[in-house]
Design a protein around this ligand. Sequence first.
Ligand SMILES: Nc1ncnc2c1ncn2[C@@H]1O[C@H](COP(=O)(O)OP(=O)(O)OP(=O)(O)O)[C@@H](O)[C@H]1O
Length: 302
Amino acid sequence: MNMPAVAPLQVSHLETSFRRGKQVTPIVRDVSFTLERGRTLMLLGESGSGKSVTARSILRLYGPSAVITGSVRMNGIELLDLPEGKMRNLRGADIALIPQDPTGALDPLQTIGSQIAEVLRVHRLESTKKAAAARTELLLEQVGIREPGRVARSYPHELSGGMRQRAVIAIAVSCDPQILIADEPTTALDVTVQAQILDLIADLRRDTGTAVLMVTHDVGVAADYGDHVGVMYAGQLIESGAARDVLRNPQHAYTAGLLAAQPRPGVPRGTLPTMVGWSAAIDGDLVAVTPATAHQNEQEVA
Ligand SMILES: Nc1ncnc2c1ncn2[C@@H]1O[C@H](COP(=O)(O)OP(=O)(O)OP(=O)(O)O)[C@@H](O)[C@H]1O
């Protein structure tokens, strides 16, 4: 992997809106962060806060209804200005996506092996069928699959959810990407295999030096697997920094509310502050809102 010393990804003032007829709805507003090589940045926030739209805007995965502005630089190259053809080459090869639902990401009519081999062929990593098959088995082994030959010959429906997600991760790492974007990669999986998949992504990051941007709504996942955390609320990054600082000593009242709302054994759930009227309050000074003010309109977390 060609790994330059500079941070592989710099996102500055990213804004994403969706057009519907004459109506334009802003979703992501003025988001900036840097993703460092070999590090995991967690985008943490409740449902609908704009985490996935932020992550997918980096890859320009939306059609013409999306208006994406600001700057997304990979090794200094502005991705928002790249022609679509170049962007297509870069997706998968330099920045790979691990989506929430492995079933939707795989073709039900093709074996796992042929889907991996197809990616290797498209990106010209292996020229012969035999070499592609051998590399496919190595990739399946790399993601912890013990019987790579059998799994390569299997169709997605013949595998468990965890095995399917391992296969999707094998596809994601097949081109040795500099950046892995994992969008809630364990949401669709049983609790028992969630930690295995998160451990696998952490191992791959450590072994390859790839940078990981992970979307999660789970504070525990952010704490256990994140080097850095960015907290999103209503399309904005309201607080970011080293995971231990943000999660142990949150500066923003919303982050404190999010931590208090996490279920813990034997402890009654806290409440999540309703953010009515917050946008104006946080535009000027991110830490200006006091918890007392923020909790004026509390809503029970279901
Ligand atoms: N393609 C789209 N067109 C229009 N609006 C969209 C589109 N994708 C997402 N949105 C809207 O953007 C908002 C943020 O969605 P996003 O998926 O980023 O949330 P999230 O923080 O990732 O939460 P979740 O975990 O529930 O997906 C939501 O209101 C959603 O309806």
